[in-house]
Design a binder for this molecule. Sequence first.
Ligand code: BYC
Length: 481
Amino acid sequence: MNFMNVDYSTKIPNNVNLSEDRQVLKALEGWHPGYMDWWGDMGPEGFQQSLVYLRTAYSVDPRGWAKFDYVKMPEYRWGILLAPQEENRVIPFGENYGKPAWQEVPGEHRATLRRLIVIQGDTEPASVEQQRHLGKTAPSLYDLRNLFQVNVEEGRHLWAMVYLLQKYFGRDGREEADDLLRRRSGDADSPRMLGAFNEATPDWLSFFMFTYFTDRDGKMQLHSLAQSGFDPLSRTCRFMLTEEAHHMFVGETGISRVVQRTCEAMREAGITDPTDIAKVRALGVIDLPTIQKKLHLHYSLSLDLFGSEVSTNAANAFNAGIKGRYRETQIDDDHQLKNSTYPVLKLVDGVIKRVDEPALTALNMRLRDDYTQDCVKGMLRWNKVISTSGYQYKLTLPNVAFHRQIGEFRDVHATPEGVLIDDATWNARKNEWLPSTDDGDFIASLMKPVTEAGAYANWISPPKVGIDNKPGDFEYVKIET
Ligand code: BYC
């Protein structure tokens, strides 16, 4: 069997030779009906009988791995796809640096590995649950198709983690796999594991922010896990990253199109002050200050996903060779962090200060810094759209102390500029910085579905190019209710 190509002859498409791994195939087939029930209950609301122009992976060759066709979502072939095994791969960091990568789970690291795989797995269905209502208000068939593409691939990423649990973790892996279908985003009794995955995604601007900022945390975490000494995890994450790129593209271009439409509408109407919210909203587009507030919210929620700045969990996972740094193999150091330090922003006597910490315990902070740098790139492009339209307004990332629930700054309040403030000031001013109920209501009032091929809601520009180079009036979803 060519491991680059996917075997579609089994019920569960795969490139891991499942047809000869009867026990795991049986376990996965046993899990399949529960997954389909979950998809029916918690996957996209409606549109299950519609034909959606989706890509499906047929190979893991980065030069050409997907084919596009009309598919009904419940018939999407969710499969197990691992990047090809690198010959003689060694563990690229930690105490086991340079030793052969593990093809099986080392007993002493079993619990840590399982925990990380479960957390990663938990976020995937959570995002589908968060986005399930959005189909009803899609601004175009193009956007509707992108939403569903993201959703089916997050479903596939759940399969990816479930495969690892069922193949390598025996009975407790199977129990964890069942629990991944039991928890629900935002549920009071059985919530998803990480904070941001229990928040609502009430409208399409939130969806674009989520795919830009929160999927980008996914990118960073997957990169770190792709370095893992546990080779099957590394290979799984490497292929997931190929799919993930499109999700962040949806976010980046989505926000860019919203910003562009707002600027165009302001220009046409002769508005010179982009902060004249009432005037801008009267045009039926989202004003830039409200976009900034959504950005504040989603960026700060996503920062929380990196855990505490100083973390022994992170140090232990690194030492053990389980979770590395972003682009570990390209870093020029000892890959063991024996004597190095890393500057961490901390709250010292009520002041935000940079303090050198042992680099080993500061790994979450380092990854978060890499993440912030990555976030800035898209923001520069959005600001270019604004300045090219002749406006002075600049979107900015808030200070890391702003609106935090995890880590150093969870017990204080700060402005987006990083000025510490007391509770009363926070309560009086938070609606200036985070979306208020009124802002939410205004955005909700714009969320009217547009289902004619080639047409777009007034608050968003058309994309520059179609998916799979399709023409502007292509019918990406053939709606059937
Ligand atoms: N919410 O030492 P600490 C994605 C817990 S997104 C709730 O500070 P650590 C995707 C933590 O579990 C990527 N609890 O942090 C995106 C620990 O609890 P226990 C998902 C939190 O462990 C969009 C305690 O606090 N993948 O793929 O170094 C769509 C102390 O932890 C939170 C991963 O996250 C929180 N935000 O790092 C679809 C990778 N933060 O164990 C998909 C796997 C921390 O004491 N996960 N806690 O009970 C990890 O690497 C780490 O678990 C974390 C936390 C980075 C999340």
